[in-house]
Write a protein that binds this ligand. Sequence first.
Ligand SMILES: O=C(O)CCC(=O)C(=O)O
Ligand SMILES: [Fe+2]
Length: 366
Amino acid sequence: MVFSSTSGKKEIFMEEPKKLEELKAFDDTKQGVKGLVDEGIAKIPRIFHHPRDNFKRIGDKDYIIPVIDLGRIGEDGSERKRVVERVKEASETWGFFQIVNHGIPVSTLKDMIDGVVRFFEQDSEVKKNLYTRENKPFIYNSNYNLYSKAPTNWKDTFVCKFSPNAPRPEDLPSVCRDILLEYSNQVSKLGSLLFELLSEALGLAPTYLDDIGCNEGLHVVGHYYPPCPEPELTLGITKHADVNFITVLLQNQIGGLQVLHEDTWIDIPPVPEALVVNIGDFMQIVSNDKFKSAQHRVLANREGPRVSIASFFSTGSHPNPRIYGPLKQLVSEDNPAKFREFSIPEFEAHYKKCANRTPPLMHFRI
Ligand SMILES: O=C(O)CCC(=O)C(=O)O
Ligand SMILES: [Fe+2]
C-alpha cells in the first residue's frame, strides 16, 4: 500500500470548487502538466491554484536537517552506535534526515534521474498510451487524486509496484526499464539497512521491523515537476504526510522540498549524492509517537524540471493477517498506547472512505 494524506485540519481549498469539466479536459489530454508547458502557457489554469498558508519559512540552503554518513557502520561497532543515535535523534525531532555513503553507486543515482527524465520527455504520442487511472503494475498520470477536492499539483507522476509482487519486465516502459529494475534492487537493500538502524534506534533487535513486515511492500514513484510560469500560485506537491513506514527520496538539483516543523517550512536542499529519508504515519504509530511523520510539500519552480524518485516502504497487500499498533515493547504504564490497533483491511477501508479528511494518525489515535 502506498498512500499519502493531506492535513487533517479543515482547509479552504479554493474560492470555488474545482470544476469537473476543467479537470476532465486536462485529464483527457493525457499529456499532464508537461503538456501545458510544452504548449507554452504563460498563465496556469485555475485548477492548479492553491491556497496560501501562514507558516513562516526559513532555509534557503541552510543544512538544518541532519546529513548522516552511513559509510563506516559495517566496519566499526562504535561508529554504528553513533549512526543509530543520529538516526534516532533525527527521527524523533524532524522525521527527516539525509544519508550519504549509503551504498547506492553515484552512477545508479544519476542513471535513475536520467531514466525518469527520459520517460517524461519521450515522444508524447508514445507516452500518452501509458496514461492510465487503472490499477496496473506501472501507472503514469498527472495527480492520482485529480478528481478529489484537494488542489491539483504542478507535477506528473509514475508509480511502479515492485513488491510484494514484482512486475514483469515487459510491464515497464522500455525507456527506463533497466534502470528501474537496477535502482529498485539497490534501494530495497538500502531499505533493509535503514529498517535495521531504525529498529536499533527504538531499542529493538535489528531485524524487528523487518520481521513485522514493514519492508514487504516497495513502490518506486517517479515525479516530474515541469518549470512553472507562476510558481507563487501553485505547489509541486501540497502539504501531506506519507502513509507508510519510511520513504527514501532521490532528488535532482532543483530543490523545493520542505518539511513543516513547528509552524515553519524548512528547506531540504539537494545534497550531491545524498538520499532523503522520511518517517511515515505507520512508523509513527508503531513507535507510539516516538518517531515523527512530518508534513512536507514541494514548491513549484520557474527553473526545472525538478525530478524526484520516492521509494515507499510499506506493508505488503492482502492477505496480511497482521495487526498494527504501538509495539508492546514501547508502551508501559507511564507511556500508554497512543493509538488503537487495526488490521490492514480496516486501515484500507478507512483510507478509501475519508483519508483526506482524517489521516490515519488522527483516526486511530486514542
Ligand atoms: O518530490 C519530492 O521531493 C517529494 C515527493 C513526496 O513527498 C511524495 O512522493 O510523497
Ligand atoms: Fe511525501
